[in-house]
Structure formats: C-alpha cells, structure tokens
Design a protein around this ligand. Structure first.
Ligand SMILES: CC(C)(COP(=O)(O)OP(=O)(O)OC[C@H]1O[C@@H](n2cnc3c(N)ncnc32)[C@H](O)[C@@H]1OP(=O)(O)O)[C@@H](O)C(=O)NCCC(=O)NCCS
Ligand SMILES: [Zn+2]
Length: 264
C-alpha cells in the first residue's frame, strides 16, 4: 500500500443490504479476473466461460443461451448462506473507503466438509482420514473464500485479509483451520511462503503439489514433489491445516536475541 492509501479491515454486516450488494458485485469481478475468467455460465450444464463470451450468446458447447456467471441476487443468497453458518468470520478490506477485498469462513466438521467440498466417495474418504491423521476428528474452521479486486491485487491486501481472519481464529475457541487452494494460486505463497520468506506460523501443507520460488528470479514454480497425495478430483489442489497448538509452540520459542543473552 502506498502511504496515501488508507486501508481498513472491517467485519461484514449481513444486515447491511447495500454492503452485501457491493460485496456480490466485487465477488463477480474477482472471479471474472485471472486465473478464473468466469464471466458467463451455461444455463444447462453450469460450466463457466470466459471474457470471449457474452451473456445471451449461445454456449460454445451446447448452444443454450449463456447466463451471467455470478448473478447479483444468487450471489447475495450464496454469501448470506455462508455468513449464516456456524461461528462465521467475515471481513472486508477498504482502500480509501472503496471496497477492495473480502475473506470469510465458518466452523464445520470433518464429515460435512468432506461431503460438501468433494464429489467422489474416494476423495471424501481420503480427506476424512487425512484430517483424522493430523488430529482433526470433529470441528474445524473452514477458510472458505478470499478475494481481492483485480485492480488491487499484488499489493499485500490478500495477505492482510488472511492474517486478520487468522487472528480472529486464534482468539476464538477453534483449534484447527483448513485452507483449500491451488498450487498456482497466490494463496499458496500467502500461506506457505517461499524458501526465503517463510510462511504463516502454524500452517502445515497436508495435501497436494509443492511450489517454491526459483533461486535467481524469485519466480514461482511447481516442484516435482507432493505432500501425502494428489487430489484425484483436481491434481493442483492443496490443503493447508492450521493447528493453534503448533502455532502457540512456535510463538513460545526464544528469539535469536533471547538465546544470545542466555549465553548461547
Ligand atoms: C488470492 C488473492 C486473494 C491474493 O490477493 P493479493 O492481494 O493479490 O495477494 P498479496 O499481494 O497479499 O500476496 C501475494 C503473494 O502471493 C505470492 N504469489 C504470487 N504469485 C504466486 C504463485 N503463482 N504461487 C504462489 N505464490 C504466489 C506473492 O509472492 C505474494 O507473497 P509475498 O508478498 O510474500 O511476496 C487474489 O489473487 C485473488 O483474489 N485471486 C482470485 C480469487 C482467488 O483465487 N482466491 C483464492 C482462492 S483460495
Ligand atoms: Zn452448454
């Protein structure tokens, strides 16, 4: 953020219909941008199409007229549904009073999460046993959606929103939080960090391909390794698990300065 830009992060107010309407418009703008390019959708199959298509023109695959990818009323209903779940955390970022980003999530449990977010019984079972292996047997926070207006992306706003959401989780009763993303998404860098920067304390990658920055150019690239397994529904998918106990242990470790004054 430049000095003259004033950033504010506020809680979403589901009762403020003007604000929720603006959020629905921003949601549509975020997913119309890269890498999603979801501008229209087929009325028949629900598949999304990009900026080379227009609302009302025939679907490239089946000729059914195309609809808006994220119609306002439907998106408002979706967002209010998300914020109506158990123990929701919903945040908005404003830059100079202009709505620029959002991040929300809610409490769920291992079984509901696996059944609602994966389609195949194979992956539903795999995700459940993976979470159980990491000690998550019942409730957890699901970091559902984060987005930044394409014109404000790459300035650190996404990281600030995810950090603010995490701080709320840390001060709640929740022990675990899950973030589901893609190895090529900036979200990967926000959570995991790079070899030089390090990531957000308390998170462990528990599924999917690994990425890092190239030594010389700092450019992000997928490496030829993965953690535990690849998601057969989407081989680029990545899961990060936050464990508050792990986070607290990291915070308790002495800093290099403290070690030196203790005679190390
Ligand atoms: C994901 C999103 C919210 C990030 O917001 P943003 O404000 O642009 O992100 P930031 O500027 O805070 O951070 C970008 C970080 O990602 C890193 N990054 C960029 N490209 C990356 C890539 N391909 N892979 C991994 N990390 C990457 C950057 O290095 C940067 O980290 P750094 O500041 O430590 O160097 C935004 O890109 C977005 O809205 N995308 C569309 C919607 C979406 O995909 N949401 C997330 C779904 S999980
Ligand atoms: Zn179609």
């Amino acid at each position: 953020m430049k000095n003259k830009e004033i950033l504010q992060i506020n809680q979403i107010d589901p009762g403020n219909s003007g604000q929720i309407g603006q959020l629905a418009d921003l949601y549509a703008d975020v997913f119309a941008g890269p890498p999603w390019n979801e501008v229209t959708k087929c009325a028949d199959t629900g598949s999304f199409y990009g900026s080379d298509t227009t609302v009302g023109s025939p679907c490239p695959d089946c000729q059914t007229p195309l609809l808006e990818a994220y119609p306002r009323e439907e998106t408002i209903r979706y967002i209010l549904g998300e914020l109506g779940k158990s123990n929701p955390i919903g945040l908005l970022a404003f830059v100079n009073n202009e709505l620029a980003g959002f991040s929300w999530g809610y409490q769920t449990d291992v079984n509901s999460l696996a059944m609602s977010k994966w389609k195949t019984p194979k992956m539903q079972e795999a995700v459940k046993s993976l979470l159980v292996d990491y000690g998550v047997t019942d409730k957890l926070f699901y970091g559902s959606e984060t987005g930044v207006d394409p014109k404000f992306q790459g300035k650190g706003l996404g990281k600030k929103l995810v950090t603010a959401r995490l701080n709320r989780i840390i001060s709640s009763n929740e022990r675990y939080a899950l973030v589901r993303t893609n190895v090529n998404s900036p979200m990967y860098g926000i959570i995991n960090g790079s070899w030089i920067k390090g990531g957000m304390d308390g998170f462990t990658q528990i599924l999917g391909p690994v990425a890092d920055t190239k030594f010389w150019t700092g450019e992000w690239q997928q490496k030829n390794t993965y953690i535990n397994m690849l998601d057969s529904e989407n081989p680029e998918r990545v899961l990060f698990l936050f464990d508050k106990k792990r986070y607290e242990n990291i915070q308790k470790q002495p800093t290099p300065g403290q070690l030196m004054s203790a005679g190390w």
